[in-house]
Design a protein around this ligand. Structure first.
Ligand code: ATP
Ligand code: FE2
Length: 317
């Protein structure tokens, strides 16, 4: 069965085509800036403007598509509406079933498909989201999460202070490679949760005093926040008695995060699974794949139920 998936939760509009076993197509456009962060209306204007070109790049003939999936939430309303609208248009015109899926769960399921992980704990670290998720007791559960912003948004906000554009994560990764000294920063883990707001304020103060180099701060930021994330991920693995860790989300493209995750897994005899970058960042294939999995399990949706869910939580039905 061929499923077309449409991703549009934030700054990426993605189209993916999958079967039960593999990904046939996975294309996208992403909004970026050279300076400053993203303004939702500008990002969504950009996605709408790019949509015709993206559709033209899709190779699969539309008449072969048997199911339409789209990310129904969580995400930014402006962007979510574009994907939902497009999905409804396809479903009506092609007379095919439509299914709205949870974006966070899609990161987990595509990771399993492309890495062959069987029953992992997912450390999902993107711009807006930072969660430790696992399937336990018959449902997806959040074992830990950020209490304020996502780690990617935190890195992007720190990057703005350094004068970098969006996304700042990859540029911070490059700066960090040149860092030589660890600067002590607030390490905020509360039970199973993490928080970045205080750390951001602390960094702003340090930057305004000018006592530390950008490189040392970038290095220290990565060491601190990745250790926080892996501490909660490790505790979730111990709690759930799971021996697999899967990474997901754009921040997981970071090689230092991957290296620290590998060390943690080795120390507890667990296995680490890291999907290719195209499946870590937001993408249409993951939406298509989760839609297909849910359809096969019997989930059906009426057109009138395809309203977007910007605040949809991973552990809600
Ligand atoms: P979501 O809707 O799931 O929150 P998103 O819109 O944030 O997703 P992603 O593509 O998953 O999209 O992640 C983008 C984030 O990943 C940005 O905050 C970016 O700075 C960060 N990022 C990308 N590459 C790296 C990297 N190499 N190191 C650190 N952060 C990175
Ligand atoms: Fe995402």
């Amino acid at each position: 069965m061929l499923c077309l998936g449409i991703e549009s939760t934030a700054h990426t509009l993605g189209l993916g085509v999958v079967t039960e076993r593999r990904v046939l197509e996975n294309i996208k456009v992403s909004y970026t800036t050279t300076q400053g962060g993203i303004i939702p209306s500008r990002a969504s204007d950009y996605l709408v403007a790019e949509l015709p070109k993206l559709l033209a790049r899709l190779k699969t003939p539309l008449h072969k598509i048997e199911l339409i999936a789209f990310s129904q939430g969580p995400g930014i309303g402006h962007s979510l509406r574009i994907g939902a609208f497009l999905a409804r248009a396809f479903a009506v015109k092609l007379k095919k079933p439509i299914i709205g899926v949870n974006h966070c769960v899609a990161h987990l399921e595509i990771g399993k498909l492309v890495t062959k992980a069987k029953d992992p704990v997912l450390l999902y670290t993107s711009g807006a989201n930072t969660q430790v998720i696992a399937f336990q007791g018959g449902r997806y559960r959040i074992f830990g999460e950020t209490l304020d912003m996502g780690v990617g948004n935190f890195l992007d906000a720190f990057g703005r202070e350094l004068g970098l554009g969006f996304p700042a994560g990859p540029q911070i990764e490059q700066l960090a490679l040149k860092g030589k000294h660890y600067v002590k920063l607030p390490y905020v883990v509360k039970g199973m949760d993490v928080s970045f707001g205080g750390l951001l304020t602390n960094l702003k103060q340090k930057l305004s005093k000018g006592d530390y180099s950008k490189e040392d701060l970038a290095y220290s930021v990565q060491e601190t926040v990745f250790a926080m994330l892996l501490e909660v991920a490790e505790r979730a693995m111990a709690h759930c008695n799971k021996q697999e860790l899967l990474l997901g989300g754009g921040v997981a493209c970071n090689k230092r995060l991957q290296e620290m995750a590998r060390i943690m897994c080795r120390e507890r005899n667990a296995e680490l699974f890291v999907p290719a970058n195209e499946f870590l960042v937001d993408n249409g294939a993951m939406i298509a794949y989760l839609g297909l999995v849910e359809y096969k399990k019997g989930r059906r949706m009426k057109l009138e139920d395809t309203i977007i869910r910007p605040d949809w939580r991973t552990d809600e039905d």
